[in-house]
Every structure is written in structure tokens, then in C-alpha cells.
Design a protein around this ligand. Sequence first.
Ligand SMILES: [Zn+2]
Length: 428
Amino acid sequence: MRMCELLVGLPEVRVLGVDDVAGRPLRVHVASLLDQAWCRECGARASVKDRVEVVYVDLPCFGRPTRLVWHKERLCCRGRECPAGSWTVVDGRIASVRAVLTDRCARWCTIQVGRFGRSVNEVAADLACDWHTVNDAVLVYGEALLAADVDRVGAVDALGLDETLFVREGPRHLKRWCTSIVDVSSGGTAKLIDVIDGRTAAKVSEWIDERPEPWRDTIRWGVLDMSGPYRKVFDDSLPNATQVADPFHVIKHANSKLDECRRRVQNETLGHRGRKDDPLYRSRRLLTKGHERLDKTGAKKLTSLLKAGDPRGEVRMTWHAKETVRGMYDCDDPDAARAFIDELAADMAEPAMPVEVRSLAATLRRWRDLIVAWHDAKVTNGPTEAINNLIKRVKRVAFGFRSLRNYRVRALLYAGRPNWALLATITP
Ligand SMILES: [Zn+2]
């Protein structure tokens, strides 16, 4: 094999030459090695009718975008009265019919975007081609990889459901939601199993009902944020799984009540929404921080801001409620946790409490068994949240996700941990 062929690294080609025009992609000209070609219809010898040049986007070469110019023979049959007509040389190892990228370039794009989470724009710039060319390749090869990777989702002990905002659409920025279905079994790293359109109970139930029964039977825990629809999903479709309210979301809910209280008190005392010099407004970040994360200065600042902006001590009380809810997770024993939460909810429901604290008490009561179940399960959607962060990253680097198909494939390639070794074995 000659040096050129070795460098180009494609099977059975002859390198005809390289065009190098400054500022433009390198053009590598190749032709297939075909000593003899035979008609597919009648088996007679075929002869070369003419040649066509087909240009493909190929891997960057020596740091430069590169085009592969394939000089394809158009062949025709020599047999008289044969219906074969003429045809062009096809070699899927180089590029499939109608492809814009060479096969190896499409696989490379899939790894860059899918595995490493690079943006489609960035990869398209490396190749000097357009966004759609790269995105289409990632979709086609990515979906084929996911389909081939039948062992990707194994037995699941704890199944987490989490809603994700995946795009704001149209001039009114309507929110479109999807549901992330995640393996959050303890001991493992969370793995994104699938992404489905919407966040309604019916849609998610449908997905679960379609799984094989033995798989569903191994699920012991159903982990959810504090949303009614997902509770219904587990009630309907996984009735034997114990439901667990995710601690992350319980605390998040307490924090949002605290926020609500701060804004109400702000409004009642100053008659306007928070401005940057208002003491309560200035306290907002300190309030949602865990107390153990406040240093001396922070704690002192918080005390003085509340003294100035919270005359009836309502924000302070809600802050205490939030911190006590967090404290519930320090307790290791389920029975003690149940007693703790009952007592806490009773205290918080007292008429003297701010309305936000009373509302939090009602939520704790409604979700009590699911909150306590965490003390047995010790599983959390916290990792799901990490996956959502990965997804956010993917979203940020992407050029918008109009279609769920785009979004789903990208998220699964990035956070679904497919077996990348299989990529070499698939033919989309
Ligand atoms: Zn023929």
C-alpha cells in the first residue's frame, strides 16, 4: 500500500490527488479499486460508462476541514438485451447512498456530540459544513446505537420520574415539558432510561405498561417529586413499588414557601415588590442557604436584615420551618422520622403560624408516608437532578431543540450511558 492510501485510511481506494486551496477545505480525490465489475442482473462483465465526482464531508485532516471527492465509476452491462441499464459504484464503508458525510465522519460526529456533549455548531465548524448535516448524522447513528444497545437498561431497583422543561416554543414562549425516566437504584450512578413527551400520568403510565412484566416486577421503589401526576403513575402502573418523595424536592418545596412568605411580607410592609436595597430582598439568598453553610458574617447579616424587614417575625418562622424540615433527613430511623414529621406538621399547623408555614404543614401531612419511605429506601432523585443538569448543558450548547426527537437522542447519548463500543458495529 502506498503512503497516500495509508494516510487516507479507506478500504480499497486509490488516491488520485489532493487539492489544497488556501482558506478552503482540503480536497482528497479517490477512486474505488475495481479491477472487474459484474452485472448484478445477468452476471456479464460490466464496462465503465463514465465517471462522476461525488463530494463528501470527511474527517478533518491535519487540523483542516476536508472533503472526500469520490470519483465514482458509472457502469453498464455489456450483455445484450440485459435490463440492468447503468449503475454507480456503491461502498457503504466509505459512504452510504445519498449521504452528505462519509461513514467514518458521521460516526465521529455522533461521538463528539453525543458522548462528549459538544455543540452541533462547534462540530459543524470543525468540518466546515452546516448544522443540519451534523445533526442529522447524530440522530441517525445515535438512534441506531440506542436501538442496538439492548443491554443498556438492566434490572431497576428504584425508578425515578422527573419533569424537565425542554423548550420554550413560539412567540409566546410556551413551555414544553417532558418526563425523564431514570434508574436511580442506590449503589449505581443514575442512568437516564428514556425521555417522553409531556408530564401527564397517562403518557408516563403508557410507557411503563409497555415494559415487560419481569422488568416492572423488579422495581421496589418509585421516586418522585411532589407532583400528583407521578404519584398517580406509580399508583396505576407500579402498585407494588413503595413510593418515595425525593428529599431534594421536599426541601425545594420548603424553600419555595419561604420565598413566598418573604415576598408577601415585603409587599405588606413596604407596599411594593422587592428592590435591591430592601432588607428582605437582600436576604433572599441567605434564607435559602442551609444554616450550616452560613458563616458567622452571613448569619449575622441575615439576623440584622430580618430584624429590619420582618417586623412580625414571619419570615424568620418560615425559615425555621424550612430548616427543621431539612433536619428531618438527619434522622436515620423511619419510626423516629414518622414521629418527628407528625409533631412538626402539628406545630406548623398552629393558627399563629404564617400562612405559608401552615400550607407547608398540609403538604407534609399529605406526603408523609412517602417522605418517611425515604428513610427505608435511601434513594433520591438527586442524581436525576444531576442528569437534568447534564441535559441543561446539552440544551445550552445546542442550537435550540424544536423537536423532542432531537432532544431525546441527545439526552440519551449523553446521560443514558450507552455502550459506545457498539457504535463500530452498527449500520444505520
Ligand atoms: Zn447484465
